[in-house]
Design a protein around this ligand. Sequence first.
Ligand SMILES: Cc1cc2nc3c(=O)[nH]c(=O)nc-3n(C[C@H](O)[C@H](O)[C@H](O)COP(=O)(O)OP(=O)(O)OC[C@H]3O[C@@H](n4cnc5c(N)ncnc54)[C@H](O)[C@@H]3O)c2cc1C
Length: 444
Amino acid sequence: MHFDCDVVVVGGGPAGSTAASALARAGRRVVLLERDAFPRFHIGESLLASVNEVLDAIGAGDLIRQEGFPRKWGATFMTPDGGVERFADFAIATEVPAPQTWQVPRERFDELLLRHAVRCGADVRERHRVMEVDFDDDGVTVAYRPVRDASDDELPVPESRLRARMLVDASGRSALLGRRFELRVDEPSLANVAVFSHYAGVPRAEGRRAGDIRVIARTDGGWFWMIPISDELMSVGAVLPREAFQAQPNITSGELLERLIADTPVVATLMRHAERRWPVRVERDFSYGSRRYAGDRWITVGDAGSFLDPVFSSGVAIALESALEGARAVDRGLARGDLSARAFATFDRRQRGRFRAFRRFVVSFYSVAFRDLFFSDDPPPRMFRAIITVLAGYWRPSWITRWWLWLFFVTVRLQPWLHFAPSHLAANNARPHDAASPASAKSA
Ligand SMILES: Cc1cc2nc3c(=O)[nH]c(=O)nc-3n(C[C@H](O)[C@H](O)[C@H](O)COP(=O)(O)OP(=O)(O)OC[C@H]3O[C@@H](n4cnc5c(N)ncnc54)[C@H](O)[C@@H]3O)c2cc1C
């Protein structure tokens, strides 16, 4: 039977490039089909320390280190008035081998990884959209089409086909297979909306903390991110519960972001001399789980499988790790001649575990109890270190760290009754924000 390649990878974001690089380095014939031409904008700029291991494993560590991206040692969590700052330094967690990571403009980071996949031997075809996939007992047939410019003439674009043994779906939130097999599990408790842009003229912290992400809690359950992505630019965005957005209609997304900045005191101060460099963008309802991450002749990696609210910057780390583990499982399956769902059971289980480990933190972050404890004056050092270990990306730490995490989440549960920590945010915590609705927000 003729195969054009061993594996087709759909999507050239961080997950697709990682999977393609790993498989090509293992000697597999890989075709990666990417809808867009790179570089292209993408949100998701703050990395976790765990990505270092994946980048080294696919031979891209030096490439990223040489690029001069801002160095990130951790995160600074702040109350809306800036009165409390909780510095989460990845270096205090002894289970984190290389604590320093990066803040990345994604158009550059993603392009570096995609070009790296080419150098590793993958056949990368940009501006090719996968239209349909058809699985049978022996392989998968992938139908794809070149993407046309608006200026292209009206000639019909022919559809092409590729025959492969295996498909890796890395199509991000387009979720090619997730939609086809109805795998998506909604996360109603994380039905949030994000509004964001890039700004110049925003001061940053001094010294080692200059490259940190700043996460500023709001009193309505939402929060701001501030991520220094270059010497000049700061990525600034607000995430709010959907109801808070729907509170007032008829406002542009630009006006909305300005209002949110103005009524979050510490952000307003930091943004006093800021100049916006891009139109304001909006993303909605981005969190979802998955019923399965693998089946006969397919796996999903990165956002194509599941995605969690970005409060702990876990997206790219999960994308890279799942892609590397998925690629290794595919390589083993090809070697054994077994590409059935059974061959990917371990991958599927680990991906579920990874999602659950981060989900516990993300869902909890939106509770008053979690925030009160997180901002408490003197968190027990070992408990705090355990939290940082996971926030650095190490979601499966030693049993003792897991025990401290268990204790922390028990404390979160009991906080509403036993008040271990005073509340910094409770005053009007559950109150829907009185700003505008992006549902009706026109573009800025
Ligand atoms: C508001 C917001 C803030 C975020 N902040 C962070 C953060 O600070 N840190 C972090 O780590 N993560 C963050 N994320 C998450 C992060 O953006 C994603 O987790 C990450 O991009 C996932 O990578 P991926 O490769 O799986 O998907 P993507 O990067 O989305 O790549 C998917 C690729 O597939 C291509 N594609 C789609 N369909 C097709 C098709 N049919 N044919 C061919 N190609 C196709 C797309 O063009 C795209 O290039 C954030 C997300 C949001 C929404």
